[in-house]
Design a protein around this ligand. Sequence first.
Ligand code: UD1
Ligand code: CA
Length: 445
Amino acid sequence: MALSLIVLAAGQGTRMNSERPKVLHPLGGVPLLAHALAAGRALEPDRVVVVAGHGAPEVTAAAAELDPEAQVVIQAERLGTAHAVAQARDAALPRGDVVVLYGDTPFLTPETLERLRAARSRFDVVVLGFRALDPGRYGRLVTSGDDLLAIVEWKDASDEERRIDLCNSGVMAADAATLFALIDAVDNANAAGEYYLTDVAGIARARGLTAGVVLCDEAETLGINTRAELVAAEAAFQARRRAEMIDLGVTLTAPDTVIFALDTVVGRDAIIGPNVVFGPGVTVESGAEIRAFCHLEGCHVSRGATVGPFARLRPGAELAEDVHVGNFVELKNAILDEGVKVGHLTYLGDAHVGEHTNIGAGTVTCNYDGVMKHRTTIGKRAFIGSDTMLVAPVTVGDDALTASGSVITEDVPPEALAVARGRQVNKPGLAARLMARLRALKAAK
Ligand code: UD1
Ligand code: CA
């Protein structure tokens, strides 16, 4: 059956005390919104609709980057969650199911969403609920057995209803046509003066439809409202990712110091040293080793490669098998073929290095002329002498060699030795004579 996913992300997030829209604050190296989209994507939706409002231009741009197929609709006025879902009516598929998620609720698991979806065979409207340790101001689920009779918002609840600890997560699943028809019947005659999505449960019942609850763990429905909650969520996220990595057979020598991103992939028996930070888009294959204090994003490290300590792999760094990247090396948009060694103090950007080439300490690809970026291509089995400046665009052929301290501005043919530096001149005795004169000058003062 077709499925439309609607992600509500129009809220202002006033309590974040930030210019940045709440759903764009980072968690696990990616915007909060990415977490909801990733959980929802596990349901393989046919349509994804993000409802943006506050900071709509930024949210729209982020959504396009996170999911190029997602449609963004704008809720110009924040009149409530039912009103927000209503904005997605035309973008959603007219048939099949709708699942509603919140962009500020990052921890939902695909398994929970599958259970929610599966419960649609039993109920017309399914709501994801949880037992709250401290139910606070959550909406309360009024039930009878398995049946959901109504959802009562805290502001509108009686004392008796406020004693209910079964709470509304906000996640909901229903048939699209049914849901939008129910939303049409929602009014704003309540304590907040908002169009509550939660009202659809009671309206469904009144129309002889069924509503039910699927339960999940409270931790899964945690929503982010403040920076303190975001910090706590980050800690919880990292703790979970570290535990997952350890379970998958990754060696973490100091797990508490490693920072993962939502999409970090690390193979079995890879070794991750202390204080390694993974930005988004990193894959480390089995048996690779990332030593202490490395920062990686948008890169791929193959089997048998070693990186660091103190290396920075930026987007487009691609390390083939058995590559060695040592300390204080920065790579950006650079492909290193099998067995390449870049031991120390080097910057390689917009470069391709052929297999088994050795890059000496202090090598720099001068890829930027102040306006444009240029490529450096280095062949196989080449030897780049220490302190070589490769002024791109430039090509160094297979089996070629550059002399230390060279500034290479012209292509180097295969098997050639390029020397591009001032020739050394020795002046016999001059150092001693010079020093003697300087000392005499000082003594005469
Ligand atoms: C909502 C639920 C409540 C539930 C709680 C769980 C309603 C009426 N109440 O309350 O039962 O326990 O979530 O966290 O649904 N949003 C929009 N446009 C709007 C209003 C909200 O996009 O006009 C988005 C917000 O950005 C947010 C989500 O919807 O992502 C929830 O809105 P929020 O105002 O936080 O609802 P709560 O009062 O927390
Ligand atoms: Ca909320």
